[in-house]
Design a protein around this ligand. Structure first.
Ligand SMILES: C[S@@+](CC[C@H](N)C(=O)[O-])C[C@H]1O[C@@H](n2cnc3c(N)ncnc32)[C@H](O)[C@@H]1O
Length: 271
């Protein structure tokens, strides 16, 4: 997904040029992430693959979040401009931490959380087909505004065993082109959850990188086998990994499939 032409490298950011080879996470300028562009391109309306993911994630959390009187705390890592992973945790959690590295996305999240735009209603509607999610009652706008905590942080600095459930969508494989960093990011995410905590993590399959507005960001071209391998040491049983296909791929430069891992963090649940 390299646009042709010039060789200019914007200060801090990386222009679309074949000469530039971004590899590690800290070599990309995340503060220049064009949040509005990314939102318009990915989430202005609900795609068929998002709908399938919401369906599987809603089912999984409804079946695996253990009813409890103690409040639960959720985590979404690298939320960018995607609110639907947070929606899936909203009914179960007192608060949800949105752990994001990019200043641009943090500003977008602050604006959006105070009253999310109407296009998100379709995503919420998909989840509210589940009884335990519907049971939340009330107004999801109010609930999100009250419970989302936007926090600046890197996935590589997440504390361990902190949260009761978690999501990580298109992050570990889409923030670096270094396989070892992808592995570290994936395991850091799962290790930030308490033993037994349910999680959902989504990945673009075989991604070669992607553009957001004027900038190109790196990716690791992962397969189901890579994800299984990375998760094998950090989950309590083999996670379910679902291949999500769509007749209309989101963009060029990946297999056209998204992979959704649904699992429980390793160790005995904290009671
Ligand atoms: C491809 S976007 C995915 C955004 C969103 N989760 C989604 O589902 O579309 C990758 C996200 O990871 C964030 N990110 C990049 N490096 C990060 C890091 N080290 N720690 C946490 N988030 C990071 C980016 O700012 C961006 O929001």
């Amino acid at each position: 997904m390299v646009a042709g032409g010039g060789t200019a490298v914007h200060s801090g950011g990386v222009a679309l040029t074949p000469d530039v080879d971004i590899r590690r996470n800290d070599q990309a300028d995340w503060d220049r992430f064009d949040s509005d562009w990314y939102f318009r391109h990915n989430y202005a309306s609900m795609r068929d693959d998002d709908r399938q993911i919401l369906e599987r994630m809603g089912e999984f959390f409804s079946a695996n979040v253990v009813p409890s009187d103690t409040p639960r705390f959720g985590l979404d890592v690298g939320p960018g401009t995607n609110l639907y992973p947070t929606f899936a945790m909203l009914p179960f959690c007192r608060s949800i931490t949105l752990w994001e590295r990019s200043e641009a996305n943090i500003a977008w999240l602050h604006r959006e959380k105070s009253s999310f735009r109407p296009s998100w209603d379709a995503f919420w509607g998909q989840l509210s087909r589940f009884r335990r999610i519907r049971a939340m009652g009330g107004n999801p706008r109010r609930r999100l505004a009250d419970s989302a905590i936007v926090c600046r942080g890197s996935i590589f600095n997440l504390p361990e065993r902190r949260w009761d459930m978690g999501t990580m969508f298109f992050v570990a494989e889409s923030i670096t082109s270094d396989y070892e960093e992808f592995r570290q990011a994936t395991t850091r995410f799962v290790r930030s959850l308490k033993p037994g905590a349910p999680f959902a993590a989504a990945f673009m399959e075989d991604s070669k990188g992607y553009t957001v507005g004027e900038y190109q960001y790196p990716a690791v071209p992962v397969t189901m086998a890579h994800i299984k391998d990375c998760l094998s040491g950090v989950t309590s049983r083999p996670p379910e990994i679902v291949s999500i296909t769509s007749e209309h791929p989101l963009r060029e430069g990946y297999s056209g499939k998204m992979l959704l891992a649904l699992g429980l963090a390793a160790g005995n649940p904290v009671t």
